[in-house]
Ligand binder design. Structure first.
Ligand SMILES: *[C@@H]1O[C@H](CO)[C@@H](O)[C@H](O)[C@H]1NC(C)=O
Ligand SMILES: *[C@@H]1O[C@H](CO)[C@@H](O)[C@H](O)[C@H]1NC(C)=O
Ligand SMILES: *[C@@H]1O[C@H](CO)[C@@H](O)[C@H](O)[C@H]1NC(C)=O
Ligand SMILES: *[C@@H]1O[C@H](CO)[C@@H](O)[C@H](O)[C@H]1NC(C)=O
Ligand SMILES: *[C@@H]1O[C@H](CO)[C@@H](O)[C@H](O)[C@H]1NC(C)=O
Ligand SMILES: *[C@@H]1O[C@H](CO)[C@@H](O)[C@H](O)[C@H]1NC(C)=O
Ligand SMILES: *[C@@H]1O[C@H](CO)[C@@H](O)[C@H](O)[C@H]1NC(C)=O
Length: 421
């Protein structure tokens, strides 16, 4: 009994705990129903207001919040939010299925409980493959936005895409009117300026659609500071200062000076191009070669402190200082110098031949000398002294041969006798 009791107590306890858990779980489900009446409405061209009603019969101890998330084509956008309000504003893309899900979460006592998810979605409208593709916009010098796109592959060739844009501050969306089409690519530009004092810029939404229901609309919402492209600078001053070159170029006019840096590219004659980074709208190149031509180009880059944009301006027009040696004169030199050299070489060679004959009479052949030496050794011993020294070994060999010959033929006869024969 005791043993049984000692076993029975924990078992009962566990069973009780399990039951308690069941009760809590059941109670949790009861007190945490999901939000109801989830719905959405467009409040702007690319902006949705997702709305829902609170769950009913929430216990007063519950600190109720809503957790919501967005999925595009079933992929979570990792934009989970946990808030008390009964709506959520999000951007939309329109050419893909956008799903929104929300649940109630309750922080009562220590445990956090939540309901199941409720979902709704905005399905894409129109024929697949008709939406504009490759939509990209660039904000030129904080003055105008230029957007480009191509027609979808399934869109008919006469599709008339229309661009609408909106940002917080515009009462109603506007239509872009300045269209152009080139090489099957569409373009539209619209003015976009904000007061200089603006501390930040609102996100801008661009919608491209067609009046027909067949063409699928497409929406893009971007932070305009990521699209900033500075105006192309113009070199306004280029002069020699001391031993260097000083150059100055135009400023953006609309982008604050402290928000731009510059890149100066220059080359000198055929030398490789050099690039320097500059913080202001002027630069000095020290110690230049005064006898050669320098060519400069400048472009502006937005600074990361101000704009998270990767767009540099275009390179400015080239501007040069200094003179290259006259190219016509160069050409003349290139042609004439080798010509002169060739002609004078030929003349020189001819003259040399003659001079050689005049100045250096033919050098006697050593063999001739040898022959003569051995032939007339006693006649002219002085003149061959050198030859003798140089050919001493040869001479020795010859003498040996001669001696052996003498030995074989006439052992008694002398060297001189034989040679004289
Ligand atoms: C969503 O709201 C629209 C009006 O904005 C309404 O016509 C529609 O019935 C609502 N849908 C649901 C499921 O409540
Ligand atoms: C979104 O809809 C809710 C409910 O209709 C409303 O209270 C809220 O003001 C709307 N939000 C915006 C930004 O329009
Ligand atoms: C909320 O509670 C009331 C009374 O307590 C009950 O009549 C009603 O059915 C409950 N509603 C839900 C959705 O549970
Ligand atoms: C709740 O948390 C507090 C401290 O965090 C703890 O003392 C208390 O026992 C917890 N209550 C329950 C029911 O878990
Ligand atoms: C274009 O239409 C064809 C036929 O309806 C479809 O199979 C294809 O996926 C569409 N293209 C795109 C990019 O959706
Ligand atoms: C596009 O506009 C042109 C001229 O306005 C018109 O002729 C053409 O039918 C339009 N295309 C479509 C698909 O409506
Ligand atoms: C239209 O856009 C081009 C740039 O694409 C611009 O040069 C031209 O001034 C604009 N015209 C009007 C009327 O805005």
């Amino acid at each position: 009994m005791e043993r049984g009791g000692s076993f029975g107590a924990p078992l009962r306890c566990r069973l009780l705990l399990l039951a308690a858990c069941w009760v809590v779980a059941a109670a949790g489900e009861n007190i945490l129903p999901p939000p109801s009446n989830l719905n959405y409405s467009f409040i702007q061209i690319c902006t949705l207001n997702w709305t829902w009603n609170p769950p009913e019969n929430i216990s007063s101890s519950c600190d109720l919040k809503y957790s919501s998330d967005i999925l595009i084509d079933e992929v979570s956008q990792h934009k989970n939010e946990w808030r008390k309000s009964l709506f959520r504003i999000t951007d939309t893309v329109l050419n893909k299925e956008m799903r929104f899900k929300v649940r109630s979460e309750c922080k009562s006592s220590n445990a956090t409980d939540h309901s199941r998810w409720v979902e709704t979605s905005v399905p894409p409208k129109g024929i697949p493959g008709t939406a504009a593709v490759g939509l990209s916009c660039v904000w030129h010098n904080l003055e105008y936005m230029l957007c480009k796109w191509r027609p979808g592959e399934n869109a008919s060739s006469d599709t008339n895409y229309t661009l609408y844009y909106w940002f917080d501050g515009l009462e109603r969306h506007k239509e872009c009117r300045n269209y152009s089409v080139s090489q099957g690519s569409f373009e539209c530009a619209f003015n976009l300026t904000f007061p200089q004092a603006a501390s930040g810029y609102p996100p801008i939404s661009v919608l491209i659609r067609d009046d027909s229901e067949k063409i699928m609309p497409v929406c893009v919402t971007e932070n305009p500071t990521t699209l900033v492209k500075p105006a192309t600078p113009k070199i306004v001053k280029l002069s020699y200062v001391n031993n260097g070159i000083y150059l100055q170029w135009s400023e953006s006019g609309t982008i604050p000076a402290n928000c731009l840096s510059y890149e100066v590219k220059y080359h000198n004659g055929d030398l490789t191009t050099q690039t320097i980074q500059v913080e202001f709208n002027s630069a000095s190149i020290p110690n230049v070669d005064p006898n050669s031509k320098y060519t400069f180009q400048v472009r502006a880059q937005p600074k990361v402190d101000c704009y998270s944009s990767k767009f540099c301006s275009e390179w400015s027009e080239e501007k040069s200082i200094g003179e290259n040696p006259n190219p016509a004169f160069n050409l003349l030199l290139i042609i004439t110098i080798p010509l002169i050299v060739t002609v004078s070489t030929i003349i020189l060679l001819v003259y040399l031949k003659r001079l050689k004959i005049l100045l250096l009479p033919p050098i006697p052949d050593p063999r001739e000398i040898l022959k003569r030496m051995f032939g007339e050794q006693n006649e002219d011993p002085q003149s061959c002294a050198k030859e003798d020294y140089m050919n001493g070994y040869d001479k020795l060999i010859k003498e040996e041969e001669i001696h052996s010959l003498i030995l074989i033929e006439t052992p008694e006869s002398s060297n001189s006798e034989k040679e004289h024969r």
